[in-house]
Design a protein around this ligand. Structure first.
Ligand SMILES: Nc1nc2c(ncn2[C@@H]2O[C@H](COP(=O)(O)OP(=O)(O)OP(=O)(O)O)[C@@H](O)[C@H]2O)c(=O)[nH]1
Ligand SMILES: [Mg+2]
Length: 359
């Protein structure tokens, strides 16, 4: 029977990176794997990045899995022939056990072996959470993170490559103490370390006993916190007047957007940029205003034309995100010498969560 593995966790925790790494690991030992990405609207960097890795992917856009379970079930059905389906819910969603995992266990998406819920945790974000750093995010956003970790069967501390032993031990003991019912794992999705151990633990866990945590969720707090986040998805065609260095363009736009969020006094949940030239791709990510803008994948070449996608989630008014995006991209076009065509921007606050099921 097809195994469904849901990989949750807050914005920028490394869900897509971990999904790609897990899919590669599962395929290496002879499994077929399909991935499902999810967002409130269209033009997803994650889907393009997964496709770039030659993995089967389908996306659910326009709503999160929880609020459109029939849409989720439909995507699952298109992948029913796979040995594994890996699904990444929207990073600001919680209450997944009662809205996705239990309905799936009850057969609402057809026959499936529903594997335990894994929730990825980002070290920097966890430190802010531990220090209750409301200069970064509000109490409400930390409420979402708390609920995500509370309901997890596996709390997966990711990006351990960025931590020294002492720091890692501190974070792991905090997680063990605060969430004794979750099993804490350590991985570096980027380096592929710990991923096999995590998968083995998930696969050998008791399916019947997992996804069973009962958890109180105050939807008003959850919904208000989600709505603090401005959401912006955009796409555009880039046409260089001569040629332009694709990676330099991405870095400059990433820095400019990060600066704009910082100037507005907001925090970045996740800023993702993707530039596809048809011959290669450049991908950029930034998970906080005090964090670096990083090129996860480089083009390494001059570009004449390219298709750009911007996904930005930040605690800033979406109208301001739209204004800054328009201004920064135009200014960059002038300074680097490219035209921006067919720019489409969708900017909004996520709607109040209204799950299809709550079991
Ligand atoms: N150093 C390090 N960086 C990582 C690791 N895993 C992911 N990242 C980086 O963290 C950033 C976010 O990773 P994603 O996989 O896109 O995170 P996500 O949880 O899918 O983000 P959203 O879909 O926006 O919620 C990217 O720059 C990744 O390269 C890791 O193990 N170590
Ligand atoms: Mg992702």
């Amino acid at each position: 029977m097809t195994k469904l593995m849901v990989i949750g966790g807050f914005l920028g925790a490394g869900k897509t990176t971990a999904m790609i790494e897990a899919a590669k690991t599962l395929k290496k030992i002879g499994n077929t794997v399909g991935l499902i990405t999810n967002d409130q609207t269209d033009y997803l960097v994650d889907t393009q990045y997964v496709e770039y890795h030659d993995l089967e992917v389908t996306e659910l856009t326009g709503s999160c899995f929880c609020c459109n379970y029939p849409g989720f079930a439909e995507r699952v059905n298109t992948m029913r022939q796979e040995d594994f389906i890996l699904a990444e819910p929207v990073g600001s969603c919680t209450d997944l056990v009662s809205t996705i995992m239990k309905p799936s266990k009850e057969g609402k998406a057809g026959e499936l072996d529903v594997l335990p819920l894994s929730v990825l945790v980002e070290p920097g974000r966890l430190k802010d959470f531990m220090e209750d750093n409301t200069n970064a995010f509000s109490e409400g956003v930390y409420y979402i993170m708390d609920k995500q970790m509370e309901e997890a069967d596996f709390i997966v501390l990711n990006k351990v490559d960025t931590l020294d032993t002492g720091e890692k031990e501190k974070l792991v003991s905090f997680l063990n103490e605060k969430y004794p019912a979750g099993r804490v794992m350590e991985i570096s999705a980027k380096e592929g370390k710990g991923v096999e151990t995590w998968l083995l633990a998930v696969l050998s866990a008791d399916i019947a006993a997992s996804n069973a945590k009962k958890m109180e969720v105050v939807y008003e707090t959850y919904g208000n916190a989600e709505a603090e986040m401005g959401w912006l998805n955009a796409k555009a065609e880039i046409n260089a007047r001569d040629t332009v260095n694709g990676d330099a363009l991405m870095s400059a736009l990433g820095e400019a957007l990060k600066e704009a969020v910082a100037e507005e006094g907001g925090e970045i949940g996740h800023l993702k940029l993707y530039l596809d030239t048809g011959k290669g791709a450049s991908k950029l990510s930034c998970v906080g205003v005090r964090r670096p803008v990083e090129l996860d994948h480089t083009l390494g070449q001059e570009v004449k034309k390219g298709h750009m996608t911007i996904n930005l989630r930040a605690a800033v008014d979406p109208a301001l995100l739209e204004k800054h995006t328009n201004e920064k991209i135009e200014a960059l076009g002038e300074s680097l010498g490219f035209n921006v065509e067919n720019l489409v921007i969708e900017a909004f606050r996520p709607g109040f969560p209204n799950p299809t099921y709550r079991m």
